[in-house]
Each structure stands twice: as C-alpha cells, then as structure tokens.
Design a protein around this ligand. Structure first.
Ligand code: IMP
Ligand code: MG
Length: 179
C-alpha cells in the first residue's frame, strides 16, 4: 500500500509484469523497424521510465528524443496551438511516439496533429498502458503493452498530482468503501 497526498493505492502490477510487457513491445517494434533508424519520441514527464527500459530491450539502430506537449492560445482566442517542445527536427524521420498511458486520447490527438505538420517520413504510436473503456478517439495505437480497466494508476513514471512517478511498480487507486 502507498499513500500519495490524500489517496491510498494498492499494488497492481509488479516489476516482472511490467518488464515482460516492455520487452514484447521492444521486440514487436524491432521486427517492424529493423531496416530503419526510428526516432523514439518520449512524451514527458510520464514516459521517461518506460522509454528508458524500452531502449534497454531494443536491439536495432535508433535515436531517442524527449518532448513535452505544450498548448497555448493562438491569436484568435478560440484556437489553441499545440507544440512539441524540444523535439528537434523530425523532418524525414520515422517517428515512434512513446506514451505512458492513453486514456481519453485527447493528448495523443494533439501530439499527432503536431506531427502531421512536421513532414515526418512516418509515425506510429506506442503506449505502455491503454484504457479502452475511456478512449474517445479513433486513432489507432500501434503498440500497446497492456489494456487496463478505467481506474487510476500510479508508478513507473505515472503520477498523482506530481507524486508516485519514482515507484518501480504500478499501483491502483484503492476503492473507496463509501462509494
Ligand atoms: P488522455 O489525454 O485522456 O488520453 O490522458 C493522457 C494523460 O493523462 C496521460 O499522458 C497521463 O499523463 C494522464 N493519465 C491518464 N490516466 C492516468 C492514470 O491512470 N494515472 C496517471 N495519469 C493518467
Ligand atoms: Mg502523460
């Protein structure tokens, strides 16, 4: 059991379960990209631990970059402009977006909207976790580690209000007995 701020979380996935999912994704990507040099683009902050482990299992040539999605208001105040901070020049690259978790898919959609303007050679999406019950989009997620129920999790990069990212296992929000 761990307590973060006001909430309690219970163990959900141990290191071995996480590692075997990460390894399967690495092998799957390698079988698709062995003749290429993909750029793994980790979405900060959540994906830092996943991408780090993914790279230990990825056997081919590749580049690694991290980025943060930032949103700001454009000149017409109705339109938000999204940008990928620090991603570098992705023109002509085979990009693999690395996400910790896809929930509603809003974040992913913003990322893909930016990538479409970057003249990349190709892009695919890898996410360690996916909550199918929460997903509101139709964008395909090419590499998924684990499909999980629509419950809040922390650890292995994922946080609750800033805490929990450093936990090496995944914890799930404890059901509230009053609910
Ligand atoms: P989406 O835009 O709804 O798909 O949410 C994606 C982002 O919300 C993720 O990149 C996470 O930062 C955060 N998120 C979604 N579900 C969880 C969760 O269960 N635990 C921690 N963060 C989450
Ligand atoms: Mg995130």
């Amino acid at each position: 059991m761990v307590k973060l701020h006001d909430l309690e979380f219970e163990p959900y996935l141990d290191q071995q379960a996480i590692e075997s999912s990460v390894k399967i994704i690495a092998e799957h990507i390698y079988s698709d990209y062995q003749s290429k040099t993909p750029v793994f683009l980790g979405i900060l902050n959540g994906a830092f631990m996943f991408l780090s482990d993914l790279m230990k299992f990825y056997k081919g040539d590749c580049e690694i970059s991290f980025t943060k999605l930032a949103s700001y208001e454009g000149t017409s105040s109705t339109q938000n402009i999204n940008t990928l901070l620090g991603a570098g020049n992705l023109e002509g690259k085979d990009v693999i977006v690395v996400e910790d978790i896809v929930d509603t898919g809003h974040t992913l959609e913003h990322i893909v909207d930016v990538l479409k303007t970057e003249q990349v050679a190709s892009y695919k999406i890898a996410s360690l976790f996916f909550k199918p019950e929460a997903y509101l989009k139709s964008l395909p997620i090419d590499y998924i580690g684990l499909e999980i129920p629509n419950k809040f999790i922390v650890g292995y990069g994922l946080d609750y209000n800033g805490l929990g990212r450093n936990l090496s296992e995944i914890y799930q929000l404890k059901p509230n007995l009053n609910d």
